[in-house]
Design a protein around this ligand. Structure first.
Ligand code: ZN
Length: 153
C-alpha cells in the first residue's frame, strides 16, 4: 500500500551514523509500524479492516459488563497489532519502534524532521492466523488481546 511519509534524519545512539527514513504524517486511519528491532516497516489500514470493527464491538461489550474498563483508541491499536501475524523475522509489531540504524541496528536517539515527503510502498499487515480461527475463537482472541498488558519500555 502506498503511503506518504515525512522524511526524517535519524542519528544512531550507538555508532553515530546519520540516515534518512520516513515517519507517518497524520494517521487517517493508517498506522505504520516496525517490528521490535525497527525493521520491516508495514502499514495497517485500520479504516478498511473488519478486525477493527470486531475489536470495537468486543471492547463495547466489555465496557458494558465491567463499568470501569475503558478502552482507548491506543488500546484497540495495541490489540490489533497483537492479533497480526508476526514480522518476517518472527517478532511482534511495535508502534514505538523507529527505523533502526543501517550500520549497527541500534535505535536512533535523535531525529530531525526534514521538509520533503517520501512516498513509499509498504506491505500491509496481515492476520492470517487470526482469520483462520472459527468465529467464536476470534471473539475470544479479540477479548484476550484487549486485556493483554503492554510491557513497559
Ligand atoms: Zn548505528
Amino acid at each position: 500500500m502506498e503511503v506518504s511519509l515525512r522524511s526524517v534524519r535519524f542519528t544512531c545512539g550507538r555508532c553515530g551514523t546519520t540516515y534518512r527514513d520516513g515517519l507517518l504524517l497524520g494517521g487517517y486511519g493508517r498506522l505504520v509500524v516496525r517490528d521490535a528491532t525497527g525493521r520491516h516497516p508495514s502499514v495497517a489500514d485500520l479504516m478498511a479492516d473488519p478486525l477493527v470493527d470486531l475489536l470495537g464491538q468486543v471492547a463495547g461489550e466489555r465496557a458494558a459488563l465491567f463499568a470501569r474498563v475503558a478502552t482507548t483508541p491506543a488500546d484497540v491499536q495495541g490489540a490489533y497489532l497483537r492479533l497480526c501475524d508476526p514480522s518476517p523475522a518472527g517478532l511482534p509489531w511495535d508502534r514505538d519502534a523507529l527505523p533502526c540504524c543501517p550500520s549497527c541496528g541500534a535505535q536512533p536517539t535523535a531525529h530531525e524532521r526534514l521538509e520533503e515527503l517520501l512516498t513509499t510502498d509498504l506491505p500491509l499487515l496481515r492476520h492470517g492466523a487470526f482469520d483462520a480461527l472459527p468465529r467464536e475463537q476470534q471473539r475470544a482472541a479479540a477479548a484476550g488481546a484487549l486485556t493483554a498488558r503492554v510491557p513497559s519500555r
